[in-house]
Design a protein around this ligand. Structure first.
Ligand code: UDH
Ligand code: NGS
Length: 366
């Protein structure tokens, strides 16, 4: 009995032992849960940092921001390979951006201060680059502007276009191609230079070629490429908001990389004003393509009024040249383009490329 009594009497030492065990198990569970959340947060943070890093690096390496797989890893990325799975890729942006607002008030009476333009476009990165953060843009668009001595017009262009292009959810960059020197101006050759130089920076799939003095009056006129070459400046105020003629392809146009290469780019040999856009139209038609356009309402544009520039008088040879496009396009274009880049400057809102394209009868310096 005494033994039994001993057996059933609760022993203070054993009770303590059980309690200790329970406390230790609870501590263990707590530690495990804490560790789990700690690691999770760090892995997530690491993934976000990597996503940002990829985005920054993609521009330098000319690879798509959201590209995955070995080809995008590149030689400088070996240190970043861990067992951590990558974050889910961003969804593609919708076919129609929900940010568009439609018709816009455009005027040129107030002067533009570029520092203010920078402040109201905080997401535009150096060199005039932007990509939406909420989704993967459907197209990578290089905007090419032929340029010489039109800073005031460029300021208006940057003021109006950056907000529009961001609302259009494009992955875009702005390239101002400056003709160096005083030789006769050559719009189409500058556009070819812009095409080649932008491709050295990023793998653009679409090229929008825009005069510096044209501003769209509706943000549904999307600065992107279509299955056929696109004409965007379809109803300009200076033409009474109508097409001046059916074949008109001037002002603002968009061609995919493939479309531009298919026509051997633009002619390099139109010095002075006029005709180069008609030659481009001919090239497109001779290669079996047609022109796509927005409706007259959506395609409304305002032009900043200006006098004729120096060294851009009407080209007397233009009518003769456009009658020969079928032959000349074989050997005058991307396959004969010669130029010398003198300087590339990345400003906050655009990339400025100063280039020697030569002059009529003068080859570029070497
Ligand atoms: N451009 C320059 N600098 C020049 C010449 C042309 O930047 O010295 C660029 C600029 O992007 C311009 C584009 O080339 O928007 C087309 O040139 P343009 O504006 O001269 O052509 P447009 O047909 O005007 O618009 C022609 C002169 C009209 C004179 C009207 C006088 N009332
Ligand atoms: C045509 C020109 C085009 C020019 C268009 C509009 O006559 O290059 O006028 O010019 N073609 C020829 O001269 C062969 S504009 O009124 O904008 O100055 O784009």
């Amino acid at each position: 009995m005494g033994r039994n009594m001993t057996a059933v009497t609760p022993m203070p030492g054993r009770g303590l032992h059980v309690t200790c065990l329970a406390v230790m198990v609870l501590c263990g569970v707590h530690l495990a849960v804490t560790l789990f959340y700690y690691l999770d947060v760090h892995v997530y943070t690491g993934q976000m940092m990597r996503r940002f890093g990829n985005f920054m690096e993609s521009e330098r390496l000319s690879i798509p921001a959201n590209s995955t797989g070995p080809s995008s890893a590149g030689p400088t990325r070996t240190g970043s390979s861990t067992a951590v799975s990558s974050p889910p890729p961003l969804q593609p942006c919708p076919e129609t951006s929900p940010l568009l607002v439609g018709p816009l008030e455009i005027g040129f009476s107030q002067s533009v201060n570029l520092e203010d333009v920078q402040k109201i476009n905080p997401l535009v990165r150096e060199g005039g680059r932007f990509a939406p953060v909420e989704c993967t843009a459907l197209q990578k668009v290089a905007i090419i502007i032929p340029f010489r001595n039109r800073l005031q017009h460029l300021n208006y262009w940057l003021y109006y276009l950056h907000p529009i292009l961001q609302r259009q959810q494009l992955d875009y960059g702005v390239y101002v191609i400056n003709q160096h020197g005083e030789d006769t101006f050559n719009r189409a050759k500058l556009l070819n230079v812009g095409f080649m130089e932008a491709l050295k920076v990023y793998d653009y799939s679409c090229f929008v070629f825009s005069d510096v003095d044209l501003i769209p009056m509706d943000d549904r006129n999307i600065y992107k490429c279509y299955s056929q070459p696109r004409h965007l400046a379809v109803s300009m105020d200076k033409f009474g908001f109508r097409l001046p003629y059916n074949q008109y392809f001037g002002g603002i146009s968009a061609l995919s990389k493939e479309q531009h290469e298919k026509i051997n780019g633009f002619p390099n040999d139109y010095w002075g004003w006029g005709g180069e856009d008609d030659d481009i139209y001919n090239r497109i038609v001779f290669k079996g393509m047609s022109i796509s356009r927005p409706s007259g309402g959506i395609g409304k544009c305002r032009m900043i009024r200006h006098n004729r520039d120096q060294n851009n008088a009407p080209n007397p040879q233009r009518f003769n040249r456009i009658s020969q496009t079928r032959q000349t396009m074989q050997h005058d274009g991307l396959n004969s383009l010669v130029y010398k880049v003198l300087e590339v400057k990345k400003y906050p809102l655009y990339t400025f490329i100063d280039v020697d394209i030569g002059g009529p009868g003068r080859p570029p310096s070497r």
